[in-house]
Design a protein around this ligand. Structure first.
Ligand code: FPP
Length: 247
């Protein structure tokens, strides 16, 4: 399968990915789990490259969920170190490729070294106009919605907002993704068929693509396969097929 078959006029603006299966990939290779996360970084590099080539505007990667804090301390620490090192090492190349780095999630719960590295990377790439690479770190959809509700409630309490004026737009505006369009395509690897608290509000109309492939084996070909599958689908947003064709 090659990229030639892809309709380049129908590439999603925003692709979100649940990168799953690093641990199982490591196990199947007789290695420690962290080895799988290292291999996962290589897959991230390939997918970022392909998204840049195809003109994808936003790529959101679920790199560390709120629930991931419950993993053994040694794995959490190793993952945080890997993140810091990867951001430091990759940012200059990403910058050269016009990639803009962003983050969603509970920044306050991350180690200082991680926040500092991210802030530096965000600053260095802030003027770039190519792919927006958004890392979801210490992120969960329920956390994000809860946080938004707290902020909206404060506005109501201070009299700045009338409850009757709270619309879907208001809620979207208080989410971490306020400046980002909803993803058209969400990919999950490793044969798990769950959303696992990722982009709950934003994925109301998103197309899901599940693959058995473990994240470290996910490459350009795999992404093209997901895009070809996406391009076969008809996105109706609640309308009938006839209404879509008329428009
Ligand atoms: C899921 O596999 C993967 C993670 C929780 C971490 C993802 C992190 C990376 C790919 C590396 C860093 C990424 C960036 C963006 C720099 P798992 O451990 O749940 O695998 P399992 O389900 O097989 O145990």
């Amino acid at each position: 399968m090659s990229a030639v078959q892809l309709d380049l006029n129908n590439i999603p603006k925003h692709i979100a990915i649940i990168m799953d299966g690093n641990g199982r990939w490591a196990k199947s290779n007789g290695k420690a789990r962290i080895y799988g996360h290292h291999a996962g970084v290589e897959a991230v590099r390939k997918v970022v490259e392909t998204c840049t080539e195809l003109g994808v505007q936003y790529l959101t990667l679920y790199a560390f969920s709120t629930e991931n804090w419950k993993r053994p301390e040694a794995e959490v620490n190793a993952l945080m170190e890997l993140l810091v090192r990867t951001i430091r090492k990759e940012t200059p190349e990403l910058d050269k490729n016009n990639v803009r780095i962003g983050m969603i999630g509970d920044g306050h719960s991350l180690p200082k070294a991680c926040i500092d590295e991210l802030e530096e990377a965000k600053k260095m790439t802030s003027a770039n106009t190519g792919l927006n690479l958004i890392l979801a770190l210490s992120y969960s959809g329920r956390w994000e919605i809860t946080h938004a509700v707290q902020q909206i409630a404060q506005k109501v309490q201070s009299g700045e907002l009338n409850p009757a004026d709270i619309s879907e737009k208001t809620i979207s505006a208080y989410l971490n993704t306020s400046a980002i369009p909803d993803p058209e395509l969400l990919i999950r690897t490793s044969g798990e068929y769950r959303l696992s608290n990722f982009l709950l509000w934003q994925s109301a109309y998103t197309e899901y693509y599940f693959t058995e492939t473990l994240w470290p084996d996910f490459d350009k070909n795999e992404l093209v396969k997901a895009l070809l599958d996406y391009q076969k689908r008809e996105r109706r947003f609640g309308k009938t097929t006839e209404q879509i064709k008329v428009r």
